[in-house]
Design a protein around this ligand. Structure first.
Ligand code: F6P
Length: 324
């Protein structure tokens, strides 16, 4: 392997820059050329390539987003798009590819690898923490901190006005952000897709806590929750079940994807970036480099996209007890 290319794809996440930096600098360390590909698979198909050296990635470890930019490519889902991508890699004499992204990125990489037998290693980069085979994905820790900072602020106004706030957080079909940020921010209830508590139990629980003397509350709602109402309908429903309890909704949205990465994410990204380059040099392909019990692990792509999110439901008990 003489030339490794790196791209970021799917929703950006804080720490992607740190991952790119580590891939570039590991390549320099091992005396290999490194090529940056802009705009994910879109740029791969269009040949938007640039040679990167150690100084190309200076002053980015602290920056959110991804300087290589990202995209969700429709074209790469087609055989024709993947053919063009392969031709670009050949034309630019790229021997191996590192993709930083989430499940969609890995699904695309896996298909491409099967069609063209091209060496690819993935790095999990998504705020959702929904990739099987790794304890953490790059950006998740930063997103958690962003969420609790926002909820801390909401708590100030909630308690000043004796209000109930529903706060919607991202995570697509995974409840990791909601569950962990919910505990960290001291939420009254947490709604996650992995375990639907049901609307009646939710209302009963909120009534109980009002009776117990709570004058304000925060309910964290994962965007993929299964309660069956959107967050605004849910707010109306809850308000209708109380006398004199105002309910407000805050949707945190894309603020959760931005900001300087936490130290945890920077270190994780640095380790995974080096791990990806070393794996390619060792002849690995069609795998993700993840982290389990603090150690780097190699997980076949097909085991990373199981459709089943590994979430620690014990944490629901922690949330229940601490919100009494
Ligand atoms: O996968 C990351 C994520 O931020 C999800 O949490 C969210 O559902 C989705 O991306 C939003 O995507 P977009 O930025 O395309 O609206």
């Amino acid at each position: 392997i003489k030339n490794i290319a790196v791209l970021t794809s799917g929703g950006d996440s804080p720490g992607m820059n740190a991952a790119i930096r580590a891939v570039v600098r590991a390549s320099v360390y091992y005396k290999i050329k490194c090529t940056g590909i802009y705009r994910g698979y879109e740029g791969l198909i269009e040949g938007d390539f640039e040679t990167l050296d150690a100084r190309s990635v200076k002053n980015i470890i602290n920056r959110g987003g991804t300087f290589l930019k990202s995209a969700r490519s429709k074209l790469f889902r087609t055989a024709e798009g993947r053919k063009q991508a392969y031709e670009q890699l050949k034309k630019n004499e790229v021997d191996a590819l590192v993709v930083v992204g989430g499940d969609g990125t890995f699904a695309g990489a896996s298909v491409f690898k099967k069609e063209y037998n091209f060496p690819i290693v993935g790095i999990p980069g998504t705020i959702d923490n929904d990739i099987s085979g790794t304890d953490y994905t790059i950006g998740y820790d930063t997103a958690l901190n962003t969420v609790i900072e926002a909820i801390d602020k909401i708590r100030d106004t909630a308690s000043s006005h004796n209000r109930l706030f529903l706060v919607e957080v991202m995570g697509r079909n995974a409840g990791d952000i909601a569950l962990n940020a919910g505990i960290g921010a001291g939420a009254e209830e947490i709604l996650i897709p992995e375990q639907d508590m049901g609307i009646n139990r939710l209302v009963e629980s909120l009534k109980r806590s009002r009776k117990s003397g709570k004058t304000s509350s925060i309910v964290v709602v994962a965007e993929g929750d299964k309660i069956g109402k959107n967050i605004f309908e849910l707010a109306e429903y809850i308000e209708g079940n109380f006398e004199n309890y105002e309910v407000r909704v805050t949707v945190l949205g894309h603020i959760q994807r931005g900001g300087a990465p936490s130290c945890f994410d920077r270190v994780l990204a640095s380790r995974l970036g080096i791990g990806a380059v070393e794996a390619l040099l060792a002849g690995d392909q069609d795998i993700m480099i993840g982290i389990k019990n603090r150690k780097l692990v190699k997980v076949p792509f097909n085991e990373t996209i199981t459709g089943e999110n590994e979430i620690d439901l014990e944490l629901l008990k922690v949330a229940d007890i601490t919100s009494i």
